[in-house]
Design a protein around this ligand. Structure first.
Ligand SMILES: O=C(O)CCC(=O)C(=O)O
Ligand SMILES: [Fe+2]
Length: 211
């Protein structure tokens, strides 16, 4: 799989409504990230540990419907990211400028499942091939990640129910919110190759940066 797989309407309209209602009814669970002086992501998040205890339906949905599907799409055996906190998340972007700078995920694979996108939010991705060259610039250019935008990238919009599967660990990507008003809500599920050992160092960095 060279790029990514987009599955339109992976969730039915009823399922989308159901999850949205569940999440709206638990808005108090969202924690707002501060974006670490503009370097980290800015968004609202419910982390995987909270999902397990307070939104068990989202957790079991992931277990039931997504792991096998992700393996099929990746063409290999996978495991959930070995961090209960970061293996699943619900993410919400409501303000212009909310989102993620160009980055690589600490885990190899990710499913982004959109429930709502009324602010034209997008995910921008750079191909794995180009990423192989550019990733060496990621840390030297840490404070000016915008420079990656000059390289060719694809812009993906997910509508309610759409699923995006990609190798977020091998493709530079970012999430953008171009306008004020409306909101984008994603359920995020993360996977590694079967047998991959947890990298505590990367986890510490990710935790520091809030993603
Ligand atoms: O906002 C997005 O669409 C991208 C999210 C993302 O890259 C992540 O959660 O690691
Ligand atoms: Fe990411």
């Amino acid at each position: 799989m060279e790029q990514y797989i987009l599955v339109k309407n992976f969730l039915s309209t009823e399922e989308v409504h159901h999850f949205l209602e569940l999440i709206q009814g638990n808005k108090g669970l969202f924690v707002e990230t501060l974006g670490r002086w503009g370097l980290g992501p800015r968004y609202q998040v419910i982390d995987g540990e909270v999902i397990r205890t307070r939104l068990p339906e989202v957790f079991s949905f992931g277990e039931r419907r997504l792991l096998a599907r992700a393996e099929e799409m990746a063409g290999q055996r996978l495991q959930w990211l070995d961090s209960p906190r970061r293996s699943m998340r619900v993410q919400r972007y409501t303000r212009r400028g909310d989102g993620f700078r160009w980055h690589l995920d600490g885990h190899t694979w990710v499913i982004l499942l959109a429930l709502m996108n009324s602010n034209d939010g997008q995910i921008h991705v750079i191909s794995p091939r180009l990423t192989r060259f550019l990733k060496f610039l990621l840390y030297p250019l840490y404070v000016i990640p915008q420079v990656f935008s000059v390289f060719p990238h694809q812009r993906i919009s997910l509508g309610p129910g759409d699923l995006l599967f990609m190798s977020g660990g091998r493709m530079l990507h970012r999430g953008v919110t171009p306008k004020e008003g409306g909101e984008r809500v994603l359920m995020v599920f993360t996977f590694d190759e079967l047998g991959k050992k947890h990298n505590w160092f990367r986890d510490r960095i990710a935790r520091f940066l809030n993603y």
